[in-house]
Design a protein around this ligand. Structure first.
Ligand code: FPP
Length: 244
């Protein structure tokens, strides 16, 4: 009998796709438009990507909507981005509910406007029972902060006598991350030709297949997602093993 291979053959479709949506500003600039026009078109691309993922049978989609570093942008652009998120949540909630999409947020909520925090809580609770696709929106999110925050809370638990430091295993550590009930991403796509993780899902993407595309986010369509998935399917995932 042949030995089972020590690598996992990739499934037909990745269970979890993560996307760094980059290039909104360049898309707008190329058309002589203000940056907000690029973000607006980017929000349309989000709507389409959610539908595409649901159609293709992806179970989890995580998108980087606003990084903890994005506060450095001009206040008017930050306001525009938050405004788009408000609009998206208000307008899309009914459609997301209908399509069986569960929404959840990761990131630090303490700096967000109270009405946004309210919208977040409402959309999370009203979609909590949906199971077709889980859409995680990373908002004021930073991977290093997420890890640091987990370390702080574990250290506090250890001080209370709940753990010996040697008992802290990877599965226990993961319970302290914000993505605790979501599997690690199988495929991470970054648009616009940049090839960095930019503080996104640092712990979770240890074995993730990375696909970079020159397409700017507002131009990202169903066929781009299919191409990225095909690229993923051509890869052989070894998780540190030898592959045979
Ligand atoms: C990067 O483009 C994109 C962002 C910082 C934000 C992503 C936001 C959206 C797609 C719209 C709103 C989101 C939701 C969930 C409705 P960039 O501005 O850095 O582009 P550039 O590198 O070309 O300047």
């Amino acid at each position: 009998m042949a030995l089972a291979p020590s690598y996992e053959a990739p499934p037909a479709v990745p269970v979890h796709v993560a996307i760094i949506m980059d290039g909104n500003g360049r898309w707008a600039k190329a058309r002589g438009l203000p940056r907000i026009a690029g973000h607006r078109q980017g929000a349309e691309a989000v709507r389409a990507a959610v539908r595409s993922c649901a159609d293709l049978g992806v179970s989890y989609l995580t998108i980087y909507a606003f990084s903890s570093e994005n506060w450095k942008r001009p206040p008017a652009e930050v306001d525009d981005l938050m405004g788009l998120l408000r609009l998206y949540l208000r307008r899309e909630l009914a459609a997301l509910e209908r399509d069986g999409v569960r929404i959840r947020f990761i990131g630090d909520r303490s700096r967000l406007a109270p009405d946004i925090t309210r919208l977040i809580t409402e959309s999370e609770s009203s979609t909590a029972g949906n199971g077709q696709l889980t859409l995680t929106i990373a908002l004021n999110y930073g991977g290093r902060y997420e890890i640091l925050d987990a370390v702080r809370r574990i250290a506090a638990a250890a001080r209370r006598g709940e753990f010996e430091p040697d008992d802290i295993t990877e599965p226990i550590f993961e319970q302290y991350l914000q993505t605790t009930d979501v599997p690690d991403p199988d495929l991470l796509i970054r648009t616009s030709g940049e090839q960095r993780l930019s503080n996104f899902l640092l712990w979770q993407s240890a074995y993730t297949e990375l696909v970079f595309t020159p397409t700017l986010w507002p131009d990202f369509k169903h066929h781009h997602l299919e191409e990225a998935i095909h690229e993923y399917q051509r890869r052989e995932r070894r998780y540190g093993g030898t592959g045979g």
